[in-house]
Design a protein around this ligand. Structure first.
Ligand code: ZN
Length: 177
């Protein structure tokens, strides 16, 4: 986390701004099309706590919800990726991985992936109030945690489709949470 903020501070290749939008149904990072104005824009809804995924740490009755801090952190990872010359839309899992570091620390449900893309099992760390191992568990992981949800598409899933469509027509994807 400290390393991320350090990279953010040292970013000289591009600028970014954070625009709050209480009406936005997701948080996104928009990159400028050209390099003439290399200012990326995070659109962040600081009140958004809608569902990202069905199920939470193997409990199908719970959900992974958006958390304003986790969401902003996720978008800031995209800023760093943008600053490093990467296409943030191609590095969603890295943003989710770092978002999960915060989620674990805050005792929130962790994300299993981004849309249909799941985090590698080595990066899925279980964490409960009683037990929070610092490394991947040695026991076989609970498969229910790692099985892709067969639930209706989430907003994130839809976003992936939109991003793919945009890529196909050779326009920048719109990475988001
Ligand atoms: Zn993202």
């Amino acid at each position: 986390m400290a390393a991320l903020l350090k990279k953010l501070r040292r970013c000289t290749r591009a600028a970014y701004r954070i625009c709050t939008d209480l009406g936005s149904e997701r948080n996104v990072f928009d990159r400028p099309a050209g390099l003439e104005t290399p200012t990326g824009t995070i659109t962040w809804n600081p009140e958004l706590r809608s569902e990202l995924e069905h199920g939470c740490d193997g409990d199908a009755g719970k959900s992974v919800l958006r958390d304003p801090t986790a969401s902003l952190l996720h978008e800031l990872v995209h800023v760093v990726q943008f600053c490093e010359g990467l296409n943030p839309g191609e590095h969603e899992l890295e943003a989710v991985r770092i978002e999960n570091i915060y989620r674990r620390a805050a005792g929130l449900c962790q994300r299993r992936g981004y849309g249909d893309d799941l985090l590698p099992t080595a990066l899925v760390k279980t964490c409960t109030p009683d037990r929070c191992p610092c490394s991947a568990p040695s026991d076989p992981p609970d498969r229910s945690v790692l099985t892709p949800a067969t639930a209706p598409p989430t907003q994130a899933g839809e976003a992936v489709s939109i991003g793919d469509a945009l890529l196909r027509v050779n326009r920048p994807a719109r990475p988001g949470d």
